[in-house]
Design a protein around this ligand. Structure first.
Ligand code: MG
Length: 227
């Protein structure tokens, strides 16, 4: 019996990845680090610390200090806020998916690596009545981040359910990996520029090209898995 759908946020509920990627790229390129915009699509789901250390090791042969990590992450977050003006862009089709999940009687859980301060206000504004603050996993709840199963295992714990009672919706290869590592049926939606192959290789159980297309199929999937 399926009891809940665990939703990633960036690239699933919000069309926010281009701005996150641009903010990361500008911040790291300003430090003369070796990186491309594609790197940041591939790293999506990692903690800020993990992303910074991968680029630091590649560029400078060392980890960043805690002070550097704090300062870089702060700059990136500030740039993201500027780029996101006048406001966050909800992902097309996401509201439809949420409505169908709610109508099917399933809980909705957020599992994001994001630590944006405005996260709750954003969700309240664009998706009112779909989420409960006690059923959210953010950057503040996890130590390892995706692709480690920890964020999704924490989501299961908050919802008090088993892996077999959940579905994950993810757009990032590392997020798909995390969902599968937690033992959960994982649906990938390819809302970005990476190839489908990366999402399939990460272990996606189903793959859709958009949230609109997932909205057309989500009820069938829930029925099938609940049998
Ligand atoms: Mg995502």
């Amino acid at each position: 019996m399926i009891k809940a759908v665990l939703f990633d946020m960036d690239g699933v509920l919000y069309d926010s990845m281009p701005n996150h990627v641009q903010a990361w790229y500008e911040t790291m390129a300003n430090l003369n680090a070796v990186c491309s915009t594609e790197d940041f699509y591939l790293f999506e789901g990692r903690t800020g610390e993990s992303t910074i250390n991968i680029i630091f090791n590649r560029s400078f042969g060392r980890n960043a200090t805690p002070q550097e990590i704090e300062s870089i992450y702060e700059k990136k977050a500030q740039r993201f806020i500027e780029l996101e003006q006048p406001g966050a862009e909800p992902m097309k089709g996401a509201l439809d998916v949420l409505e169908k999940v709610k109508k099917s009687g399933l809980q909705r859980v957020i599992v994001t690596g994001s630590g944006q301060k405005s996260l709750f206000e954003k969700l309240d504004k664009h998706y009112p009545d779909f989420f409960d603050r006690n059923l959210m996993v953010t950057a503040y709840d996890v130590k390892y981040g995706k692709p480690h199963p920890e964020p999704y295992l924490t989501g299961l714990k908050k919802a008090d359910i088993l892996p077999s009672e959940a579905i994950v919706v993810e757009n990032a290869p590392l997020g798909v990996e995390a969902g599968r590592a937690a033992g959960i049926f994982t649906i990938a939606v390819n809302t970005g520029p990476l190839s489908d192959t990366l999402l399939r290789d990460a272990g996606a159980d189903e793959l859709f090209p958009s949230m609109t297309s997932l909205a057309d199929n989500i009820e069938k999937i829930i029925q099938r898995l609940s049998r």
